[in-house]
Design a protein around this ligand. Structure first.
Ligand code: ADP
Ligand code: 5GP
Length: 202
């Protein structure tokens, strides 16, 4: 498999979406999986761009049809990753990036042991609170629920291969790019990419 599968997790508000968007602007060879969710769209979010927004009945029908690679209930809503989309992308040799929670990451890891896990940490709880409030997209009770869940999410940091502390955005982006670049040089990725060279040399 030439393409790498990246799994990025973080407590809500740590800056995962911001970092991933910036990475993709610079590195269009990484393909971002668009999850399905039963959450309501935030102002500015578009169906099919940030998420595929679906009703709970449709989501449960998709579970029954086994259309998800993984799915989980997070902050009171359901989220899931399309199995077919991921299989198609990896078969075509593309790098794929999943922005999912720790429960989904565990499921993906058991299916793809070579998946590369990246966890984004905020520099402090105070800053996490500031970012969640400053984003201005969630109500006070949604923010309270996400802060309460942040600690639980962060307890899983040790299950990931890399940890990026998103204090200064430019530095965190540089770190994320370094992980993607180093992963593209792994033995498996290089052998798949340069099959003929490996045939000749070893
Ligand atoms: P997540 O996807 O992890 O929930 P977002 O990417 O939506 O988080 O970021 C939450 C808020 O924090 C947004 O308003 C974003 O602009 C801001 N933010 C992200 N990274 C930083 C950073 N390094 N410094 C300051 N603010 C940041
Ligand atoms: P948000 O509602 O802020 O967009 O996302 C809330 C949480 O759901 C985040 O931790 C995000 O990573 C997670 N999430 C988004 N999509 C998926 C998915 O497809 N599967 C799983 N397991 N979690 C997801």
């Amino acid at each position: 498999m030439a393409g790498n599968l990246f799994v990025i997790a973080a407590p809500s508000g740590a800056g995962k979406t911001t970092l991933v968007r910036m990475l993709l602007e610079q590195k269009s060879s990484v393909h971002l999986s668009i999850s399905y969710t039963t959450r309501q769209p935030r102002p500015g979010e578009q169906n099919g761009r940030e998420y595929h927004f679906v009703e709970a009945t449709e989501f449960h029908a998709m579970i029954a049809r086994q259309e998800f690679l993984e799915w989980a209930e997070v902050h009171g809503n359901f989220y899931g990753t399309s199995k077919k989309w991921i299989a198609d992308q990896l078969a075509a040799g593309h790098d794929v990036l999943l922005e999912i929670d720790w429960q989904g990451a565990q499921q993906v890891r058991s299916l793809f042991p070579l998946a590369i896990g990246v966890f984004i940490l905020p520099p402090s709880m105070e800053e996490l609170t500031r970012r969640l409030t400053g984003r201005g997209t969630d109500s006070a009770d949604v923010i309270a629920r996400r802060l309460a869940a942040a600690q639980a999410e962060m307890r899983h940091v040790g299950e990931f291969d890399y940890v990026i502390i998103n204090d200064q955005l430019a530095q965190a982006l540089e770190d994320l790019r370094a992980v993607v670049r180093a992963s593209s040089l792994s033995f498996g990725a290089q052998r798949a990419r340069h099959a003929a060279l490996f045939e000749r040399m070893i």
